[in-house]
Design a protein around this ligand. Structure first.
Ligand code: HAM
Length: 381
């Protein structure tokens, strides 16, 4: 007997109604906001992620599925979607199209994490990327889109958190202050935080260990160290969200787990917060395209976890429409009737009506039982 590998799951027929529901709502919202679908390969050159996502991140340090293929090229199963979309943007000359270029995707992603409720090693995302525009107007539009999307699913009691983590101009100063602050408290930090202090001090703000909470709560805030353009940008974003009537909370501890972010970061979480509960996360990544070899090109996007959306739909008992199934069952007795049944089945299917035909020479009673078990309301005998 074999089992699905740890941290993966089969998405069985009975789950498909949820997935289909989410995909249809997502595709609809993308159409409303002018996004076009893109599909990228499931694996990429490893360097795309080490450079793009960042060497100091958990993803690159310990979570990637990386291997050499038979041609000795280092390949990595996609741990996230943004770097691939940016690679495709550059590879296909999308910088020559009217900007911003707006793209969306559904894709499996792979991270070697410790599996638990809502956290898998293979998981799926619906993601959106808007590339080529720096204005806070776009930040507001992207956040509005993600908010309206979750609302359209019927999810209740979600909270939107936003923050600004500044840009390469103002962030170094903030990081220095932050490092100084945590160094003064080093004895009180958990072992993970102590090792992160040198490599990725921003991540300390994200620590979930109870012993670190008080120190983290009192840490210096990035928004107090923004340069003027970043502060203006953040203020504009808040104004626009006000105009759009989207409720939000500025959360100084929101930093996100990938290195490419600059300025705006945001997450949507269910109210009853649990550590693995973020449904959707995103932010601006103005430096990523340049880091991948393109011209400086601002961009922003988000991704929502499919499994986490399904989990929340179930938790909130939100009904989803069933996947359409055949509505007619054809029962028959005897060889001559079976030939007719076959003809009729073919005619109806070719006209677009779903039909299930009894397959073997069972008694009429057994055939009707089969129709019943398949939950088909109408039988033709
Ligand atoms: P992320 O925060 O790493 O961001 O992932 C986005 C969402 O994917 C999370 O909020 C969560 O719902 C889901 N997710 C992440 N890891 C797992 C996991 N191990 N198991 C189940 N679900 C998971 C990104 O990936 C960025 N690329 C988002 C983005 C797009 N930023 C800008 N554009």
């Amino acid at each position: 007997m074999y089992n699905a590998p740890r941290g993966t799951q089969d998405i069985l027929p009975e789950e498909q109604a949820y997935w289909r529901y989410i995909e249809e709502k997502a595709a609809y919202i993308c159409q409303l906001y002018g996004y076009e679908r893109i599909e990228n390969p499931m694996f990429e050159d490893t360097r795309l992620f080490t450079r793009g996502v960042g060497e100091g991140t958990d993803i690159v340090e310990k979570e990637m599925y990386t291997f050499d293929d038979r041609g000795s090229n280092s390949i990595t199963l996609k741990p996230e979607g943004t770097a691939s979309v940016c690679r495709a943007y550059l590879e296909h000359g999308f910088q020559n199209l009217p900007q911003p270029v707006k793209l969306y995707y559904f894709s499996p992603h792979f991270r070697y994490e410790r599996p638990q409720a809502g956290r898998f090693r293979e998981f799926h995302q619906f993601g959106c990327e808007a590339i080529g525009e720096a204005d806070a107007f776009l930040d507001a539009e992207v956040i509005d889109m993600s908010w309206q999307f979750l609302k359209s699913l019927g999810l209740q009691n979600t909270l939107l958190f936003i923050n600004s983590i500044g840009c390469p101009e103002c962030r170094p100063k903030y990081l220095e202050v932050l490092r100084g602050y945590f160094t003064n408290h080093i004895g009180e930090l958990c072992p993970d935080c102590r090792t992160r202090l040198d490599r990725n001090v921003l991540r300390l703000l994200d620590c979930k260990q109870s012993g670190c909470q008080q120190i983290v709560d009192q840490a210096p805030k990035s928004i107090d160290y923004l340069c003027l353009p970043c502060a203006d940008h953040f203020q504009q974003l808040k104004n626009y969200l006000g105009i759009l009537e989207i409720p939000f909370e500025v959360n100084q501890r929101l930093v996100r787990g990938l290195d490419y972010y600059s300025r705006t970061v945001f997450e949507i979480q269910p109210e009853e917060e649990k550590s693995q509960s973020t449904i959707l996360g995103g932010g601006r990544y103005d430096g990523l395209i340049e880091m991948l070899g393109g011209k400086p090109t601002p961009a922003i996007g988000f991704a929502a976890g499919m499994e986490r959306m399904v989990m929340n739909l179930k938790r909130q008992n939100i009904p989803v429409p069933p996947v359409p199934a055949p509505q007619i069952f054809i029962a028959c007795l005897g060889e001559a009737a079976r030939n007719e049944a076959m003809k009729l089945t073919a005619v109806w299917r070719r006209q677009g009506t779903g039909v299930i035909s009894a397959t073997s020479a069972k008694s009429l009673k057994a055939q009707m039982r089969q129709a019943n078990n398949l939950k088909i309301a109408r039988a033709v005998i």
